[in-house]
Design a protein. Sequence first.
Length: 308
Amino acid sequence: MFDVIIVGAGPAGLSAALILGRCRRSVLVCDAGLPRNAASRALHGYLTRDGIEPADMLRIGREQLRPYANVHLRSDKVTEARRVGDGFEITVDDEVVSSRKLLLATGVVDHLPEIEGLKPLYGRSVFHCPYCDGWELRDQPIAIYGREDRGAGLAVELTGWSRDLIVCTDGPATLSTADRDQLTELKIPVREERIARLEGTDGQLERIVFANGDALFRRGMFFNTGQDQRCDLAARLGCEFTDRGAVRTGEYEMTNVPGLFVAGDASRAVQLAIVAAAEGAEAAFAINKALIKENLFLNRADETNTKT
Ligand SMILES: Cc1cc2nc3c(=O)[nH]c(=O)nc-3n(C[C@H](O)[C@H](O)[C@H](O)COP(=O)(O)OP(=O)(O)OC[C@H]3O[C@@H](n4cnc5c(N)ncnc54)[C@H](O)[C@@H]3O)c2cc1C
C-alpha cells in the first residue's frame, strides 16, 4: 500500500512526486511515455528553463527524484483504476497496486488537422499555442487554421505577435458577423478554399497549397482543433468534467471523488508546463495535509481502543 499513486510523469506528475518525496511519503509514479509535447523541439516560458528540449526537462525531473528512495518510478501504462474503501487500486502491467490517495496527471492529446504534409512541420513551425511558440514567429507571415468559425479568436489573439495574419478555414467559413467585422477591422483576410497540403523543408513551413492550385507563402501556422483526455481513468473513476472536457477540480486540484486529485493539462484551461507543475505541487501539498490528518485520527482511535 503506497501513500500515493501518481499516474503520469509529465511536469504535473513529476512536480507532485518531488514534493511528496520530500514529505517522506511512499509514492509510486507510473508513466506510459507519451508526453503531450513530444513533437516539440523546445519548451518555452518555463522559468529558468526557457527553450529547453522537452525530453531534457523530463530527464532532469526524473534525475532529481533519485535521492528520494521513497519515490518509485515505473514506465508502464495504468490500465484500470478503482476506488476501494477509502483508497484506490490501480492495475499496471497486470499487477494490482493500492494507495491511500490517487493523483491523475495524465494530460491530454491534441486533435491534429488532417492535412497532408502537416506532421513533419508540427511542433517546429506549426503549433497551437502562441504563448508557447508565438515569440519565435514574431512579425512573420502566419496562417491560422480553423474550420468554420474556429480560427477567429485565435487570429485576434495572435495580433500580439504578428500583423501578417491570414485565417484559413479549409472550406466555407461560418463566422458570425461580429467575428467577420473584427477580422476586417484588424485587416486579417479569410481564405475559404480547401487546403490540399502544406509544403516545407526541415520542419520549416514554406507554403500552403490550396486545392485550386494557389499557394500561400507562410512561415508558421497555428491551429485550434480541440483535444481529448489522454486516458479515460478520470471518467471511469466518476469525475465530473467541464463543458470543454477538462476534469472539474476545486481547491488544490481536488475532484468530486474523495481522495482523487487531477492536476496539469487534464484539469485546466491554462495549458503551460509551468502551470501543470504548479498544480502538481498544489495537489501534493493537499494530499500530504490530508494524510497527516488521517494519521492523527487513526493514532487517536488506536489509543482509545488500547485504553478500553
Ligand atoms: C507542440 C506543443 C508544444 C508545446 N510547447 C509548450 C511550451 O513551449 N511551453 C509550455 O509551457 N507548454 C508547452 N506545451 C504544453 C505542455 O506540453 C503541457 O502544458 C504540459 O506537457 C502538461 O503537463 P502534464 O504533466 O499535465 O501532461 P503531459 O506532459 O502530457 O504528461 C502526461 C503523462 O501522463 C502519461 N499518461 C497518460 N495516461 C496514462 C496512463 N493511463 N498510465 C500511465 N501514464 C499515463 C502520458 O504518457 C504522459 O507522459 C506544448 C504542447 C504541445 C502539444
